[in-house]
Design a protein around this ligand. Structure first.
Ligand code: 6PG
Length: 246
């Protein structure tokens, strides 16, 4: 499948979440039809909460028993912590849908040793995707967000994990937060069949212009998400897309 990049701009955040939910379900149905399962990695942060809530309310009857959920990154906190991406997803989606607990692969971020937590999560991916050494998983869909500095998942500018080429999951030191985050690496992101970036609101307008249109800046982490054999879809609302040339 040739790699494609497309940008979809929706009028409002609500429209954005509706369109993203439809795309999630479209990719999901295709995966279940083709392989009997849908493998998806969810993003954290605040933006996708609206999507997850809508999936729970509008698509409660989706074949969630065929969906296998992973997390593209996690903060170094237990799953009960307000900062936890897992907690956000649990409250906005998992608690409201009939998905078997064994289909949800949480990052064991309560482990004080973040490298051990990352290695554990990598082992879970390798087991689930039945990978041989050196192989990488191919997710049907990976959802991503983008921070005002151009970071995605927990791949921050000037952070050590940017150059990781063999591991699937690493503990990445994020100097500005003075903490480690546990994150998928670029090789995993760039082997997905489809990657969706979701961005909403005026505070994303400058960075979106930089990432999508400004060739002068050195490449930011979000610019390095280029599926080698897949679809890259930027889904934005008007406020986020305000500084794009159209
Ligand atoms: C996280 C995310 C991160 C997020 C961006 C955007 O754990 O925070 O995975 O990459 O997607 O920081 O966050 P907002 O959606 O809150 O703007």
């Amino acid at each position: 499948m040739p790699s494609t990049r497309s940008i979809e701009v929706l009028a409002t955040a609500a429209d954005l979440f509706h369109a993203a939910a439809e795309e999630f379900v479209r990719v999901g149905r295709a995966g279940i039809g083709a392989q009997g399962r849908f493998t998806v990695a969810l993003s954290g942060g605040s933006t996708p909460k609206g999507l997850y809530s809508l999936l729970a309310s509008k698509y409660a009857d989706f074949a969630w028993n065929r969906v296998f959920l992973f997390f593209g990154d996690e903060r170094h906190v237990p799953p009960t912590d307000p900062e936890s991406n897992y907690r956000m997803v649990e409250e906005s989606l998992l608690a409201k849908i009939a998905i078997p607990a064994e289909n949800v692969f949480r990052v064991p971020a309560e482990n004080p040793d973040t490298s051990a937590a990352a290695a554990d999560y990598e082992a879970q991916l390798r087991r689930f995707f039945e990978l041989r050494p050196g192989e990488f998983p191919r997710f049907d869909l990976i959802l991503l967000g983008m921070g005002p500095d151009g970071h995605t998942a927990s791949l921050f500018p000037d952070s050590p994990a940017l150059d990781e080429q063999s591991r699937l999951v690493v503990a990445n030191w994020v100097a500005k937060f003075n903490t480690h985050r546990i994150t998928f690496t670029f090789p995993v992101l760039n082997r997905a069949a489809e990657v969706i970036f979701l961005a909403s609101g005026p505070d994303k307008a400058d960075i979106l212009h930089q990432v999508l249109e400004d060739k002068s800046t050195p490449s930011l982490p979000s610019q390095r998400v280029q599926p080698s054999d897949g679809k890259l879809l930027w889904m934005l609302d008007e406020a986020a897309a305000a500084k794009l040339t159209r």
